[in-house]
Design a protein around this ligand. Structure first.
Ligand code: ADP
Length: 666
């Protein structure tokens, strides 16, 4: 193969431009990305070699070597991992294969700071080299291919790249960065070691650098190389030393890992620029033996709602990397969790199909789900608002007592974190009600909602129950598209009048999720937009009597309304739930709510046609005027269409509605 020139895929060209501009303030991450690629390449080799030990050739010790050449101004990251064939170099270094690339590009705002964060999340990988280099040369040979089938890939990181065949005895890949003029600092062993320590200490492979010596034989003391002497006085010794800890972070005992190391590890595996909210690191023994290191992020990724989104947990078996996005390890409603699970029981050659069926995986999945839920419960417990008042008083009393250290610094650090978590991931968590029956009760306790007494989504079912009125026997809620639509819904009028709290649910998933939760701790959940209102003991005798009488005297009018609206309404009845509004729509107890039906239609799915029930307020002047009016037919339709508008719907025939209203106005 002679030298060929290829163009970058359009998205790569765009990304490259952004990388060099937006990530400028955090240059050093390029080294993390390239070392991480090298480490992945070694993981891949180890995995493929499980079935073909020949791939190791004569080098079973996998490693990464970092070296630099001050005269040539180059920095090289070399690995003896799986390597790339010519075609792989063209495909992998010229295109972005990741799902969601388009999504990602669409989210970019042009604002450098926020884009830089987003790019970090997306993981720029190889292309980050161009932050510090104006030319990159990659030489590689795939393990198992003959030496003549090596490849050299060269590009200045703008429109195109060149590829040619080379002979390369060494298996694996070396990436050589031709540094920009302002990137001198990376031609310094101390600086490189410092960055490796910061970002790559958890990498399980040894990262080697050539030892340096002063010309007079005095060894370089880290951090002290500027003691009046110039780095030019250093000579390479030809001896290589390991500069990282080279033991996978999760395999170390908890007490040997610092908070910063956990955070750095999280940032490396998640590409998140923020620290995680919390994490749990445990060795589990018993029916299944595994180590879990699970993180809960502080911010939702841009593709949380993307249906092809990869799961965030990496699977290792006895420290050998197996796969990146093992969705079998956690249920999909916990897809925001990042981390590592290292099993001692699974076979090394486990496939995705096998994972789905494995009994060990089932145990890991159950154990990890419970672990995540208890992390969340712990955060909720320490969130000021979420803690029941009685506990807070007890904690105050105990804190006053110098002997008992109830509120540790650690606990204080958790304050406010649950609300932060919930704002980002609450809606995803709700999917669990339908997905994970076994943990439904635990999940229900973790849910928070806005209510007629709190605009912030921080009311738990338990808190609601504690505030229930004497005689109230249900947890009332309403679903709507927005908070203000929910708050102003006519269906709430009687509840407001009587001072009964109603939970306001405005996440798209609420309606669906609530199908799976009919009660909380023995108290039924009742939508105020479903079925007839039965306030039970909350209504006094006089109110009940008035309602019965109204139903009786309105019978003939209701019959006429029903006839006039027979194509629109399933039934027409008198209600006591309204105070100020003339009418509202409700659905029968077992029917799909109007809101859910609308959502399904918007999503292009078929929803069963359910005709709602029109409820009228016998006390309202408009309703009183209806009987005997010459405009009865028009008024009846206006009444219905307005009830629909009030809950965020649209009349079936908006033009007809406008015509009717205008006729009356004139
Ligand atoms: P990512 O690593 O997130 O997939 P990159 O842009 O960093 O994205 O790399 C793209 C692809 O190039 C990788 O998926 C891998 O197939 C290949 N690649 C990069 N670096 C190496 C390497 N050191 N050895 C082998 N393949 C590599």
């Amino acid at each position: 193969m002679s030298k060929q020139t290829h163009s970058f895929q359009a998205e790569v060209a765009q990304l490259l431009h952004l990388v060099t501009h937006a990530l400028y303030s955090n240059k050093e991450i390029f080294l993390r990305e390239l070392v991480s690629n090298a480490s992945d390449a070694c993981d891949k080799l180890r995995f493929e070699a499980l079935n073909n030990t020949g791939l190791y050739e004569d080098q079973p010790q996998l490693e990464v070597r970092v070296s630099f050449d001050q005269a040539a101004r180059t920095l090289t990251i070399a690995d003896n991992g799986i390597g790339m064939s010519q075609q792989e170099a063209i495909d992998h270094l010229g295109t972005i294969a990741k799902s969601g690339t388009k999504d990602f590009m669409g989210k970019l705002s042009g604002d450098q700071q926020s884009d830089a964060q987003l790019i970090g999340q997306f993981g720029v990988g190889f292309y980050s080299g161009y932050i510090v280099a104006d030319k990159i040369t990659v030489e590689s040979r795939r393990a198992g291919l003959p030496a003549e089938d090596g490849v050299r890939w060269v590009s200045g990181g703008t429109g195109d790249f060149e590829v040619e065949q080379i002979t390369r005895a060494q298996r694996g890949t070396s990436v050589t960065l031709h540094l920009r003029d302002d990137a001198d600092e990376y031609l310094n062993a101390w600086k490189i070691k410092q960055i490796i320590g910061k970002y790559s200490d958890h990498i399980s492979l040894p990262i080697l650098m050539e030892k340096e010596e002063w010309k007079d034989g005095e060894l370089l003391v880290p951090g002290d190389e500027n003691g009046g002497r110039q780095p030019g006085g250093m000579v390479k010794t030809g001896e290589w030393e390991t500069v990282n800890q080279a033991s996978a972070l999760w395999t170390r005992p908890k007490k040997d890992v610092t908070e910063e190391q956990y955070q750095e590890f999280y940032r490396a595996i998640s590409h998140d620029s923020e620290n995680p909210l919390t994490w749990a690191h445990n060795r589990v023994e018993g029916n299944a033996e595994y180590t879990q290191l699970l993180f809960i992020p502080a911010k939702a990724p841009f593709d949380l709602w993307n249906r092809d989104k990869k799961a965030g947990v990496k699977l290792y078996v006895k420290r050998v990397f197996i796969m990146d996005d093992a969705e079998a390890l956690l249920p999909s409603y916990l897809r925001f969790v990042k981390g590592v699970i290292d099993s001692a029981d699974l076979p090394l050659n486990v496939s995705r199909e096998l994972l789905q069926e494995s009994r060990d995986v089932k145990l890991i999945r159950e154990g990890s789900t419970k672990r995540v839920l208890s992390m969340l419960e712990d955060l909720a417990k320490h969130d000021q608002h979420a803690a029941p008042a009685a506990d807070a008083a007890a904690a105050d009393a105990a804190a006053a007592d110098a002997v008992t250290d109830v509120v540790s610094d650690d606990d204080k650090a958790k304050e406010g974190k649950y609300s932060a978590f919930y704002a980002e991931f609450g809606a995803v968590l709700k999917e669990g009600l339908g997905e994970d029956f076994g943990n439904r009760e635990r999940l229900a306790k973790l849910l928070r909602f806005a209510s007629t007494t709190s605009d912030a989504a921080n009311v738990s079912f338990a808190e609601y129950k504690a505030r229930m009125k004497p005689g109230q026997d249900a947890i009332y809620y309403i679903t709507a598209d927005t908070l203000s639509a929910a708050k102003n819904s006519p269906q709430l009028e009687v509840f407001k009048k009587k001072g009964i709290e109603v939970l306001l649910m405005t996440d798209r998933v609420d309606e669906w999720a609530l199908n799976y939760l009919t009660e909380f701790d023995g108290t039924p959940l009742q939508s105020v937009a479903k079925g007839a209102v039965d306030l039970g003991d909350l209504q006094d005798e006089a109110e009940k009597k008035a309602a019965e009488e109204a139903a009786e005297t309105f019978k003939p009018l209701l019959a006429k309304l029903k006839e006039a609206l027979k194509d629109k309404a399933d039934d027409v009845r008198v209600t006591t739930r309204l105070v100020d509004s003339p009418a509202c729509l409700v659905v029968k107890d077992d029917a799909m709510s109007n809101q859910l039906a609308r959502l399904l239609k918007q999503a292009g799915q078929s929803a069963p046609e359910v005709k709602p029930v029109l409820e009228v307020n016998a006390e309202h002047p408009l309703v009183k005027k209806l009987d005997g009016s010459v405009h009865f037919h028009d008024l009846a339709h206006i009444l219905f269409d307005q009830a629909l508008l009030a809950e965020g719907g649209l009349p079936e025939d908006p033009a007809a509605y406008v015509k009717r209203v205008n006729a009356l106005l004139v």
